[in-house]
Design a protein around this ligand. Structure first.
Ligand code: ATR
Length: 285
């Protein structure tokens, strides 16, 4: 019989290459302290060539970790090497959350859940529209497209500079997703109720795109998955035109919730103090 005083102290990681700029240790450290739990969560850098060995050490228990987060450039490999990637991560071809269960490495992707939870918190009713526009077709857009589709939005227009990348996503995510070149942006935005930016437009030295948000449905919501800066050039434009905007910081905070619950057995909440802690950290760096 197990000694009733025995406590399990779980240790979790965030791995990537590089990883020192990750804000995940701040988020999970905040929750561990708030909930008075004895575990730990720390950044653990792994080179791409060592990632297979890291997964093996998770599986055989020698890593000392019960699970953790995975970020760039390991998300695809994490999904491939896990013993049991779930359906969400398999469809994306990328995992951001791992845990060990019954000697197997399991994987999921919580980015989409984080995206949706952020909108549920800050723009109630956002899902009443039938049409969404996603600007960008990079790696970061995938979980967003999947989540919006799974929430039941009927038509998702993916608009991208390189239309072939948008077409790949339409093939991957099915008939509700339509691919378009940049030139079609105005046409597909007309009457849409949700606009999601997944690009670095206006922030990477490129010229900020002038977008007329006035042609969207009344009550339309504009959101961005980039959260540095908090108010991206696209959000600033939308706000100036009187639209409701939701910044991307909440997605980062909410995507962390399912992992914390898996590793530490307690569901944490995203509160204003946590959000402020990350904003303060952004101001410092
Ligand atoms: P991530 O994985 O973070 O999404 P990515 O795969 O490099 O990063 O994708 C960046 C997205 O921003 C892409 O949709 C990219 O368009 P392309 O697929 O045509 O490259 C888009 N993007 C970046 N800079 C852009 C610019 N100056 N104009 C238009 N689109 C841009």
């Amino acid at each position: 019989m197990r000694d009733s005083r025995e406590t399990f102290v779980n240790h979790a990681f965030v791995t990537g290459y590089p990883i020192k700029h990750s804000r995940s240790p701040l988020i999970h450290g905040y929750w561990l302290k708030q909930l008075g739990l004895p575990g730990s969560y720390r950044a653990h850098e792994v080179r791409p060539e060592d990632f297979g060995g890291f997964i093996a050490s998770l599986k055989d228990g020698t890593s000392g970790f019960c699970g953790g987060n995975v970020t760039i450039p390991h998300k695809e490999l994490a999904c491939r090497l896990a013993d049991r990637p779930d359906e969400l991560s398999q469809e994306l071809g990328a995992a951001n959350t791992l845990w060990v269960e019954d000697g197997e490495v399991r994987a999921t992707n919580t980015d989409g859940r984080g995206f949706v939870a952020n909108l549920d918190e800050r723009a109630v009713g956002w899902d009443k529209t039938s049409t969404a526009v996603v600007l960008g077709a990079g790696g970061a857009s995938r979980a967003v497209i999947q989540a919006v589709r799974d929430r039941g939005i009927k038509t998702i227009h993916v608009v991208n500079r390189t239309v072939e990348r948008a077409k790949e996503l339409a093939d991957r995510f099915g008939p509700s997703v339509e691919a378009h070149p940049m030139g079609a942006l105005k046409e597909v935005m007309a009457g849409a109720g949700l606009f999601i930016n997944t690009t670095s437009l206006g922030m990477d030295g490129s010229e900020a795109l002038a977008i007329d948000f006035g042609i969207m449905a009344s009550g339309a919501v504009v959101t961005d998955i980039v959260y540095v800066p908090l108010k991206t050039p696209i959000l600033a434009q939308a706000e100036a035109q009187g639209l409701a905007i939701v910044d991307g910081l909440g997605m980062l905070l909410h995507q962390a919730v399912p992992g914390f619950e898996l590793w530490f057995g307690c569901r944490p909440t995203v509160d204003a103090a946590l959000r402020q802690r990350i904003i303060d950290d952004m101001d410092r760096h």
